[in-house]
Design a protein around this ligand. Structure first.
Ligand SMILES: Nc1ncnc2c1ncn2[C@@H]1O[C@H](COP(=O)(O)O)[C@@H](OP(=O)(O)O)[C@H]1O
Ligand SMILES: [Mg+2]
Ligand SMILES: [Mg+2]
Ligand SMILES: [Mg+2]
Length: 369
């Protein structure tokens, strides 16, 4: 089935949200940070971007449920701090919603001049992201700012949106406002949107031009694993850098890993970044594995990225070689998911063998049932 309308809407929502987050960064006041239970910083950008994307989704596909990372509970409190945060979020979201329509956008999506929403509408839009997920039916998945820590450092982050149908990701869009169009030219143009629809390939579009033709991207077809470059989280508390380094040595890799925040890494893998030979996305828990892992992965951190990589000729699995299951709820499952390993289809098996060896060396047994 074609997802043309979903793709067009998702591209518009992500592009508008990228404009919003860039402007938040430029005007960021550090006092506006909150600290959530998981200690990750939540900024007005996260809330306002989720409000914007959720408003557009609800207007266009009113019966589709949404799994969104953020909820508005803190914004509904009757304190001076919450009130000022709420006002800032409402103004930012409305600024993005009321921008004039550009090429390929439709007034039927609830955007454009005069379409501003009330504070209550926008808080409800954020809270509409509370869907529990599940195996059947359609659902959208929003990570309004993925890589919050990178965002706050002025480095990489991504606005991420995916459509999941019966547990399978069908549409994925990742907006990376700070990512160089060509990683080997860090002083060149910046700002990329990655888009994939299942069965239709993976594409990159410059963020600055909504009318430019998308370029097809593909993972280079290499079988020599020693020429690959590792792509891993910047944060050593999110993914084990030491296990990654062992795996990299086992594969005979001598180049340093590229460490970057967010699903921008999946974009880099999909377009073949890394010394011309392509990359490997590696994300293994810092401690424990499977049922004893220190962290349970969330679906919004992997849904669009995994489709993008598959459509660019890659394979995405956990450390055992199992596909990621997007039908288990808001997470990839406690015990069901053993990290994430993504690479071109011609090298993925070889990488998995090295993963297995490295984990066994750490006393962790990995076998595909
Ligand atoms: N201890 C942990 N282990 C693994 N991932 C974690 C983590 N704590 C937070 N994360 C997730 O890692 C994401 C960032 O990915 P990366 O590490 O590749 O940059 C965060 O997304 P947000 O920034 O949207 O909260 C968050 O969901
Ligand atoms: Mg977070
Ligand atoms: Mg995230
Ligand atoms: Mg986030």
């Amino acid at each position: 089935m074609s997802y043309a309308k979903e793709k067009a809407l998702a591209l518009s929502a992500v592009r508008r949200a990228c404009g919003l987050t860039s402007s938040v960064f430029n005007r960021l006041v550090q006092d506006e940070k909150l600290v959530k239970g998981d200690k990750s910083p939540v900024t007005v950008g996260d809330f306002a971007a989720q409000a914007l994307i959720s408003t557009m989704l609800h207007h266009t596909f009113p019966s589709d449920p949404i799994v969104g990372e953020e909820d508005a509970a803190e914004l509904r409190l009757d304190t001076a701090e919450s009130t000022s945060l709420r006002e800032r979020i409402v103004s930012l979201a409305n600024e993005a919603i009321s921008q004039p329509l550009v090429d390929k956008e439709s007034s039927e999506w609830g955007i454009g001049p005069g379409k501003e929403k009330t504070a209550e509408d926008l808080l409800d839009a954020i809270d509409r992201g509370n869907y529990e997920g599940g195996q059947t039916g359609r659902m959208w998945c929003i990570d309004p700012i993925d890589g919050t820590k990178g965002f706050l450092r002025g480095e990489q982050y991504a606005v991420c949106l995916a459509l999941i149908v019966d547990s399978i990701v069908q549409v994925g869009v990742i907006g990376c406002p700070n990512l160089p169009l060509d990683l080997s030219k860090p002083d060149g143009g910046r700002g990329c949107i990655f888009v994939a629809v299942r069965g239709e390939g993976a594409y990159q579009i410059p963020i600055s031009s909504n009318s430019s033709t998308p370029s097809r991207i593909q993972i280079p077809p290499t079988t020599d694993s020693s020429t690959l470059t590792f792509l891993e989280s910047y944060e050593s508390s999110h993914a084990s850098h030491s296990t990654s380094s062992t795996i990299s040595s086992l594969l005979g890799i001598t180049s340093s890993p590229i460490r970057m925040d967010s699903q921008a890494k999946y974009g880099c893998l999909a377009r073949g970044d890394g010394n011309g030979a392509g990359g490997v996305y590696m994300r293994l828990p810092v401690s424990g594995l499977g049922p004893t892992a220190s962290y349970i992965e969330k679906i919004w951190d992997h849904a669009p990225g995994s489709l993008l990589v598959e459509e660019a000729g890659g394979v995405v699995s956990d450390a055992r070689g199992f596909s990621l299951d997007f039908g288990l709820g808001r997470t990839l499952g406690k015990g069901e998911n053993w990290g994430v390993v993504a690479a071109g289809k011609d090298v993925h098996n070889k990488v998995l063998e090295a993963v297995k060896k490295a984990l066994e060396g750490e006393g962790k047994v990995v076998s595909k049932a």
